[in-house]
Design a protein around this ligand. Structure first.
Ligand code: M6R
Length: 297
């Protein structure tokens, strides 16, 4: 798992190579024989970590492309008789491309007349074979049970997809597209910089290791990130953890906070920073220990 964590800058760069044209400063999908201009709605379906990548994509697609997005866990989608709009696109996200619930959901969506797009890491998988639009991640084999590099590669592809949908729908300017391409091009170096904090993270780990319960908080796209962080901690450390939308704390979970419950707050600089910091202060007022993940700014 550690090896795969450290591979992230390289495999994300590898993945982005297929989705960006740096000289023209444009986003381009590898296999594309239709436009997203007329897609009225996107339904995203996945499980586990891939579901959280899908949840981040929902924020991006709605923000950048102004397209309505429905999001479902595959095991719910397949049994809940979802109403799917004619001409809609269903997007399935999977590292393996073989997860039974996601595959069944894909087949259901196809039977309901949806265009099927797939973000998948294993190019020979069932999902890859059954896709109308195949969007591969190039993370290489992910051996660790806990998904790491596949997740960040999924995010890279989904960011490019959101920009492409936005351009096709005419709601993103060339200048905005250029800005996204620049940010994505910088992402591998930014990941390298984040990984350079390894020793500080190791030094801080005993605070978390001693806890029985841990909360993760984030807002906007960092809300699914908080849930993904909590999933990783549960899976790897067997410590109970929950991810919450930071603004939801005061509606109940704040009651859990005391000096024994570390709270990991994901708050990058930007428009939501002050709001998240005020939630962080509520936690501190109750004696909670806070680990803040932010940027230098
Ligand atoms: O292969 P998939 O992405 O379809 O797998 C879905 C989940 O089982 C998977 O993401 C799981 O949640 C992670 N391995 C957890 O780290």
């Amino acid at each position: 798992m550690q090896k795969e964590i450290f591979e992230q800058p390289i495999v994300v760069a590898q993945t982005l190579k297929s989705y960006l044209r740096p000289l023209e400063q444009k986003v381009a999908l590898p296999q594309m024989d239709f436009s997203f201009a007329d897609v009225p709605r996107i339904t995203i379906v996945a499980c586990g970590t891939s579901f959280y990548a899908g949840m981040v994509a929902k924020y991006w697609l709605e923000q950048f492309a102004r397209v309505p997005v429905e999001l479902d866990i595959a095991s719910e989608f397949r049994y809940r008789q979802p109403v799917l709009e004619k001409g809609g696109m269903a997007l399935f996200i999977s590292q393996s491309g073989e997860t039974a619930d996601t595959l069944a959901a894909l087949r259901h969506a196809r039977a309901e007349g949806q265009k099927v797009a797939v973000v998948v890491n294993v190019p020979t998988s069932s999902m890859a074979r059954e896709a109308d639009l195949l969007l591969p991640t190039h993370a290489g084999p992910e051996i660790g049970v806990a998904s790491t590099k596949a997740f960040t590669c999924q995010l890279a592809v989904l960011a490019a997809l959101a920009a492409k949908v936005a351009r096709d729908k005419g709601v993103m300017s060339e200048a905005e597209e250029r800005e996204i391409v620049e940010h994505l091009t910088e992402a591998p170096a930014a990941m390298n910089a984040a990984l350079a904090h390894d020793e500080e993270i190791e030094a801080m780990a005993p605070v978390i290791a001693a806890a029985r319960d841990v909360l993760y908080l984030g807002r906007g796209p960092d809300y699914p990130m908080a849930m993904e962080g909590a999933l990783k901690l549960k899976e790897i450390s067997y410590i109970h953890a929950e991810g919450y939308a930071a603004g939801e704390m005061k509606h109940g979970p704040i009651a859990l906070i005391d000096k024994d419950v570390p709270v990991i707050v994901i708050a990058p600089s930007g428009p939501l920073f002050d709001k998240t910091v005020s939630n962080m202060q509520e936690v501190q007022a109750r004696g909670g220990k806070v680990v803040l993940i932010s940027d230098a700014e």
